[in-house]
Write a protein that binds this ligand. Structure first.
Ligand code: ADP
Length: 284
């Protein structure tokens, strides 16, 4: 499955006094099996872009192609079967009496057999670390914030999408809840080869998990590359109201003080190895 944005433009309230250009001339390709991060300041167009990738919004200019067919013409339900979108604060959209019913809602509408639905719900619960039996009794309203979030993600996963788009999936969660959810998403990507598009404002999360990052700035695509490539522009990122991961700054400071470390290190683990190597060289 491939998603392409071609000169994509999105203007809200076009031709009225509240007109707002949210996306300008976006060109990008998302290929099967990628793990991509979309990052940018609030209002830079991340959510608008995410909603175009599964045809929820229609371009006001340019086009979005899913497997070569425009989202303007492709049957929306076909797109949504293959491209799952988890909104920001998805727990607000839980509405069934039990979590189980919420998770099976999507697959039930696909005309699957009861056995297939059951298997999908079981798999989706397992993928996000929920106990399926427990979900049969629990109302979504009895769960913690992190658990509710998992139920919402499981509901999208139960559709077995090839591409999973998550808009700020960890917003409002504590650090432990955040790491658990992101680790589970990374595992899904590894094991199931699902393409993942993670919208986030956290450089640390992006640096830790994604293989490619797209930086949005004022409705435009500012950078598109590996985290290392993008973080090498850390001064420009600052001018967009974004900071590189803290480790990037530390490594630059260490180098400026004369320690020959690799300033491309983007995770704590890489930085540790580079600092130890540099110290060993100094001692020898
Ligand atoms: P981000 O996800 O990066 O915070 P958004 O895609 O939500 O950015 O918003 C991009 C721009 O579009 C912002 O200026 C925002 O105020 C505007 N916008 C978003 N949604 C709407 C809407 N439904 N109606 C009008 N303007 C909107």
């Amino acid at each position: 499955m491939k998603i392409e944005c071609k000169n994509l433009e999105h203007i809200y309230n076009k031709s009225n006094p509240f007109e707002k250009v949210a996306l300008k001339d976006i060109n990008l390709e998302i290929n099967l099996g990628e793990f991509i991060g979309i990052i940018g300041h609030t209002g830079s167009g991340k959510s608008t872009l995410a909603q175009h990738l599964n045809g929820l919004l229609e371009p006001t200019g340019g086009d979005v192609l899913v497997d070569g067919i425009s989202t303007k013409t492709k049957v929306k339900t076909d797109i949504r079967k293959n491209v799952g979108l988890v909104f920001q604060y998805p727990e607000y959209q839980l509405f069934e009496e039990t979590c189980y019913k919420d998770i099976e809602f999507g697959p039930k509408n696909l005309g699957l057999t009861d056995k297939e639905i059951k298997e999908r719900v079981e798999w989706a619960c397992d993928a996000v670390g929920l106990d399926v039996e427990h979900m049969k009794e629990k109302s979504p309203f009895e769960l913690s914030g992190g658990q509710k979030r998992r139920v919402a993600i499981a509901g999208v996963l139960a559709m077995e999408p090839e591409v999973l788009i998550l808009d700020e999936p960890t917003a409002g969660l504590d650090p432990r809840g955040r790491d658990e959810i992101l680790d589970q998403i990374a595992m899904l990507h590894e094991e199931r080869k699902i393409s993942v598009v993670l919208v986030s404002h956290s450089m640390e999360d992006i640096a830790k998990y994604v293989e490619r990052m797209i930086v949005m700035n004022k409705g435009e695509k500012a950078f598109d590359g590996t985290p290392k490539e993008v973080f090498s522009h850390y001064k420009e990122l600052e001018s967009m109201g974004l900071a590189a991961p803290q480790i990037t700054y530390i490594m630059h400071d260490l180098q400026a003080k004369g320690l020959p470390v690799d300033t491309n290190a983007t995770t704590i683990e890489e930085a540790k190895r580079s600092i130890l190597r540099a110290l060993e060289k100094q001692i020898l």
